[in-house]
Write a protein that binds this ligand. Structure first.
Ligand code: C2E
Ligand code: MG
Ligand code: MG
Length: 715
């Protein structure tokens, strides 16, 4: 849509162009006039004054010409206005300094909104131009054969510049020396949303978005006041408050005395480019799926964390979290489905760490956690546990629940490495070990965490899964009555068959079970398993075989213990009297008065009680008398040296005598030699458990043994 410009419109537009005009034409030697379309002189540059002396702006160009030239000029002007095309003609001027001279006039239209609002006349002295013979004619559109490079080029450039200023897509702003705005072009208005009138004579401070600090602007002013151009990306604010990026050059313009008079700022709106760059930046440092930092950003942060930790003497931990068997899930449900699992996992992990810590995704199902400012290994350990726990709840995608586990590898600065690469590598090593150890656990790389602690951690981890993975097993060791050579019962002994660590004896893991509370489910499993086996043998015709089961302190102290026993007896069908609970002497004596009632409850259920490891603790004979117990088991340590050590012999003898006097069955365990057996027999101890007669063995082996022995107690 074209708009008709009134004379007033044109003048106002021209005023805006005025500053630009002055700047552009001031230093040019070519005489230049800015004319209204009716040939009124609006502005001239200093070169015109040099040529013609002073004259009045506001007068007509025609007044400077003789009649003939004026008519030519009029024709050319008309042609220009009607066609919009550039016109040339030659006209004479008489000047005091140069005398009469012929000048080529190039009339260029200056347009706004497609309308010609002014005309620029550029004059060049014909005497300076080598002309072809007969080529001069006093007409419009005069073609001048010339290679007058400089003058012509300057003319062409100036002409282009003046209209370009208004039409360019670049933002142009001209200020005075104090930074007060004198001119802005339409592109500036369009991008910033400000109208030129509302910002005239203001400083461009309204563009300030506050996103660049004072030093930025200080540097800017120092540069341009020093006379140098300043080029930078400005983060500016539009009228509507939105931010845009402007790549801008501010050039100081000097006046004829060489003093800085103006600043011209030309800029480009590069917001789109910057946004792309920012996105690129984000993409190169983040995982596209989870939007978590990727490996490269993680490594950056790790390096920084190490530098800080070194300074503050703190620890930094790297934990690699690798999902177990994720590829199987991927194969079964497809990548898209599994992406949602990874998204959920990323969120869960992020929620379990502090805000300063980093959770990154390295790719596929591998995540990494960076823990800063840790005080001790214990803290790290706790977090590793916590991370493992975040996987316990199922991951639900499309109404399908997925139970997932992960293997975690931990390395710690400074013990496991001084630099980021080493720490990551060692955390990786630890992950592999975690996978090796049957997954769903965490491993520390550390050589310096003491081997024991390390073993503890490893075991504790692995123990959590021993039950579910069916790694626990009961062996049974026969107890003999050597008077009749019969097997009167067996003791159930727990074994842990770890796939990598092999057979682990209960002494090494029962304390851990107790500490972690895992003894509750494991203890119950042992009882149920033993009773089931006893009942199976009973049903196979092996009658009256007692089943001794070891009970730990924590199990015994559990208020639900007797209820559990009752339940197990009921559900397995075992005759209560065949179940013998082995409680250690120290357990019973620890809180003897409470023990009495607990034992009474068990006694009422019908089970029998044996005091295990007897002789190693301090027994109150008074209590021993009041406890409803049926057997004493002489601790292995007294049996071992019974034949050589007179003290041991004396203790063993005393226990036997005391047991008999209390009417208790006395069992000697750990009998390995004939000598020991003979000694015990001579003292009247007939109940023997030990490798000499039979070691602990599987249920099948026991069954074979029992059938061979045949002579099982008949009752
Ligand atoms: P304990 O109840 O005193 O069990 C007897 C231990 O002596 C068993 O060791 C057995 O294998 C061992 N032994 C038997 N005869 C001989 C022998 O002739 N020579 C030698 N050197 N050792 C012999 P084990 O199976 O390693 O069990 C150690 C301890 O672990 C048990 O001592 C018991 O206190 C505990 N334990 C075993 N199974 C369980 C269980 O299911 N629950 C609980 N709470 N504790 C258990
Ligand atoms: Mg025992
Ligand atoms: Mg014992």
């Amino acid at each position: 849509m074209q708009r008709q410009h009134s004379h007033a419109d044109r003048l106002s537009l021209l005023r805006n162009v005025q500053t630009a005009w002055q700047l552009l034409t001031e230093h040019v030697l070519t005489p230049m006039l800015l004319l209204d379309i009716d040939a009124t002189i609006i502005l001239t540059n200093p070169a015109v004054q040099t040529l013609l002396g002073s004259h009045n702006t506001g007068s007509s160009l025609f007044g400077l010409l003789n009649d003939t030239d004026a008519r030519t000029a009029q024709r050319c002007l008309d042609a220009l206005v009607s066609s919009g095309a550039e016109q040339r003609f030659i006209a004479r001027y008489s000047s005091k300094q140069t005398g009469l001279g012929f000048y080529t006039h190039v009339l260029s239209p200056i347009k706004h909104d497609q309308q010609i609002i002014a005309i620029m006349a550029q004059l060049s002295n014909l005497h300076d131009q080598p002309l072809g013979a007969g080529s001069i004619a006093f007409t419009g559109n005069l073609a001048i054969a010339t290679d007058n490079g400089d003058a012509q080029n300057t003319l062409a450039r100036m002409q282009t510049l003046s209209s370009a200023l208004e039409q360019t897509a670049d933002l142009v702003m001209i200020t005075d020396r104090d930074g007060k705005i004198e001119y802005v072009n339409p592109a500036f208005e369009q991008v910033t949303g400000y109208n030129r009138d509302e910002i005239a004579h203001k400083t461009p401070r309204f563009l300030n978005s506050g996103k660049q600090d004072r030093s930025f602007y200080k540097n800017l002013w120092e540069t341009i006041l020093g006379g140098d151009p300043f080029t930078e990306v400005f983060i500016n604010k539009r009228k509507d408050g939105s931010v845009f990026y402007e790549e801008k050059t501010i050039t100081p313009i000097r006046d004829s005395q060489g003093a800085i008079a103006h600043f011209v700022a030309t800029g480009k709106d590069i917001s789109e480019r910057m946004r792309t760059q920012e996105r690129m930046q984000f993409l190169t440092h983040h995982d596209t799926l989870t939007k978590l930092p990727n490996r490269s950003l993680f490594m950056d942060r790790l390096r920084q964390a190490i530098a800080r930790a070194r300074w503050h003497h703190r620890m930094v931990a790297v934990i690699i979290v690798d999902l177990d068997r994720f590829h199987e899930l991927n194969d079964r449900h497809g990548q898209h489905h599994c992406d949602h699992i990874l998204l959920q996992l990323g969120k869960r992990l992020s929620h379990s760490v502090r805000s300063g810590d980093t959770v990154a995704r390295f790719g596929s199902d591998e995540f990494a956690v960076l823990l800063e400012d840790m005080a001790s290994e214990k803290d790290v350990l706790q977090l590793a546990k916590k991370l493992l726990d975040t996987l316990v709840a199922p991951f639900t995608v499309d109404n399908i629940d997925h139970a997932l586990t992960a293997s975690l590898g931990v390395s710690i600065f400074p013990t496991d490495g001084e630099d980021a690469e080493t720490l990551l590598r060692n955390a990786d090593v630890a992950v592999y070990r975690a996978k090796d150890l049957g997954r769903n656990n965490y491993q520390f790389y550390s050589n310096e965490l003491s081997a024991r602690v390390f073993e503890r951690l490893t075991m504790e981890n692995a123990l959590r899964h021993a039950l579910v993975r069916d790694e626990l097993q009961l062996l049974y060791q026969p107890q003999f009555d050597i008077r009749t050579h019969t097997i009167i019962g067996v003791e159930a002994l727990l074994r842990w068959r770890h796939p990598q660590m092999g057979l682990i004896s209960p002494g090494d893991f029962i304390p851990i079970l107790e500490e972690t509370g895992l003894i509750a489910p494991v203890g119950e499993w042992v009882l149920r398993q033993a009773c089931t086996q006893a009942q199976r043998w009973h049903q196979a015709g092996i009658k009256n075989l007692s089943m001794a089961v070891n009970v730990s302190g924590r199990q015994f102290n559990n208020p639900d213990f007797s209820t559990n026993i009752t339940n197990i007896i009921t559900s397995t069908g075992i005759t209560p009297g065949l179940l013998e609970l082995e409680l250690t002497e120290s357990m019973l004596m620890r809180n003897a008065s409470k023990t009495v009632s607990a034992l009474n409850t068990l006694h009422h259920i019908g089970v029998t009680i044996a005091v295990d490891d007897f002789g190693t603790g301090y027994s109150s004979l008074n209590y021993l008398r009041r406890f409803p117990i049926s057997s004493l088991k002489i601790d292995r340590s007294f049996i071992r040296d019974i034949a050589e050590d007179s003290d041991d012999a004396a203790i063993a003898t005393a226990i036997i005598v005391m047991g008999q006097s209390l009417n208790l069955k006395v069992i000697a365990e750990g009998v390995e030699t004939q000598q020991q057996l003979d000694f015990l027999y001579q003292r009247g101890c007939y109940f023997i458990q030990g490798n000499l007669l039979a070691s602990a063995r599987s249920a099948e082996d026991i069954q074979a043994l029992l059938i061979n022995h045949h002579s099982t107690v008949s009752g």
